[in-house]
Design a protein around this ligand. Structure first.
Ligand code: ATP
Ligand code: MG
Length: 427
């Protein structure tokens, strides 16, 4: 007996297994095609970045930076590093570093894992995946509307209903400053209902206090002065410009003056797509405008807007509407007898793959019975049998396993050199 204690995966970090991975791949394909028709190009940034990118970009007094980041000191050179908790900061870092947003504005996307140390539950994991889309260098509101219309199209493409759009405007720095004073005064009046975190944040980042998930503070948050009421003409014009374009396209939206989002870099447009079908974690996508971030991270000032979709939540929602059974492993399953039979079957399989068919050649157990059981379980449309008789005659036996033109359970002989053409035509 080995003394080695079994290794398990980490809490909140899931393995995705087949056939679930087929859904992941289908989603990724839909998403890439969808991004392509809007002209968004792929950008790939490292999973690991310098910690100060995120503390600066996301903001010190936020959930992510205060308690959710996987940070460590590189033991080799003492660099302070963090596994990316979101994409935007890295995308902007890359845009500044490679100067790719100044010659002309850019539409880019990134997709992959992000890491946050949270309490795992449905829709909330420590490694999860985001589709991140950013439009760099555009002041909006035309591009803000473009992004939101894109999302409405994605939900349509995926057949998702019951996702509603909430929008708000966070205005500009001076408007937030005026609101901030009123908000701090209000929070001081309601100190008795503030939890410890809120009291700690109320001076450093009072807006963040309204983003609380604490149910005992909801009434207080609902009665707080609304940033929306502090917006000046230019911010209101931006907001109404967005609304008009959403109305043009028939995309329903509601103003949620409480929507502030969990990161510091936003201004003007912010939005979330929310559903009631996912339990407590109902936000599928969040985004907004972050015109100050490029400069904050050391670049020449440039406006920008973007969003991130949580892929696990999106898949969960998509799965609810799905009626199809788990996808087949292959279309054709090759059953064989003896060493020569296996080699003949493997040669034929290559010919079928040349014709574009998905083929599995049985491996492992040798009995016909267990081979047929595997063929059935694979979801294949046809089993192709290469036994001694078939090799002698040069004719494969094809057994149709699913109801189709040939009829379930039907069996026929097809010459080896006709097999690819015949199956390609009939599957
Ligand atoms: P929440 O309020 O649910 O914590 P957030 O505001 O922290 O969300 P964002 O930073 O806007 O989330 O991330 C964009 C999207 O990523 C969210 O709308 C959600 O779909 C998804 N998401 C965020 N955190 C997690 C997580 N821990 N596990 C799975 N998906 C997540
Ligand atoms: Mg969060």
């Amino acid at each position: 007996m080995s003394a080695f204690q079994k290794v398990t995966g980490l809490t909140g970090m899931k393995d995705a297994l087949p056939p679930e991975t087929t859904r992941w791949e289908q989603l990724e394909t839909i998403v890439r095609d969808w991004l392509a028709i809007y002209g968004y190009q792929n950008l790939r940034t490292p999973v690991l970045e310098q910690t100060r990118l995120f503390t600066r970009g996301i903001g010190e007094v936020t959930d992510i930076v205060e308690k959710e980041m996987y940070s460590f000191v590189d033991p080799l050179n003492e660099d302070k590093l963090t596994l990316r908790p979101e994409f935007t900061a890295g995308v902007v870092r890359s845009a500044i570093e490679h100067n790719f947003l100044y010659d002309r504005p850019r539409r880019v996307y990134a997709m992959g894992p992000v890491f946050r140390h949270e309490r795992p539950q449905r829709g909330r994991y420590r490694q999860f995946h985001q589709i991140d889309v950013e439009a760099l260098g555009f002041p909006g509101p035309d591009v803000d509307a473009e992004l939101i219309l894109m999302l409405a199209r994605l939900w349509r493409l995926m057949g998702l209903a019951d996702i509603r759009l909430e929008i708000n405007s966070l205005g500009q720095a001076d408007e937030r400053a005026a609101h901030r004073e009123a908000l701090i005064a209000y929070l001081e009046q309601h100190k008795d209902v503030l939890d410890e975190e809120a009291r700690r944040r109320m001076y450093a980042n009072p807006l963040r206090v309204l983003d609380t998930k604490n149910p005992a503070m909801q009434d207080m948050a609902n009665g707080a002065p609304r940033l929306f009421d502090f917006l000046g003409d230019a911010s209101l014009a931006h907001y109404h410009g967005l609304c008009a374009r959403l109305d043009d396209a028939g995309v329903a939206h509601t103003l949620n003056p409480r929507l502030v989002r969990g990161l510091d870099y936003y201004n003007l447009t912010v939005f979330e797509w929310v559903t009631d079908r996912l339990g407590a974690q109902g936000t599928v996508c969040g985004g907004g405008r972050y015109d100050g971030l490029v400069e904050l991270l050391g670049g020449k000032p440039a406006p920008a807007v973007g969003f991130a979709i949580g892929m696990e939540r999106l898949l969960d929602l998509w799965q609810q509407g799905a009626t199809d059974r788990s996808p087949a492993e292959c279309q054709v399953y090759m059953v064989h007898q003896g060493d020569e039979g296996q080699r003949q079957a493997a040669r034929l399989a290559e010919g079928l793959r040349d014709a574009g068919l998905k083929v599995l050649v049985h491996a492992g157990s040798t009995g016909f019975k267990s081979q047929f059981r595997r063929a059935d379980a694979s979801g294949a449309v046809a089993a192709v049998i290469v036994g001694d008789d078939e090799r002698a005659s040069g004719m494969a036996t094809v057994k149709w396993l699913r109801s189709n033109a040939a009829g379930e359970g039907q069996q026929e002989s097809i010459a080896f050199d006709q097999l690819a053409a015949q199956l390609q035509q009939r599957i």
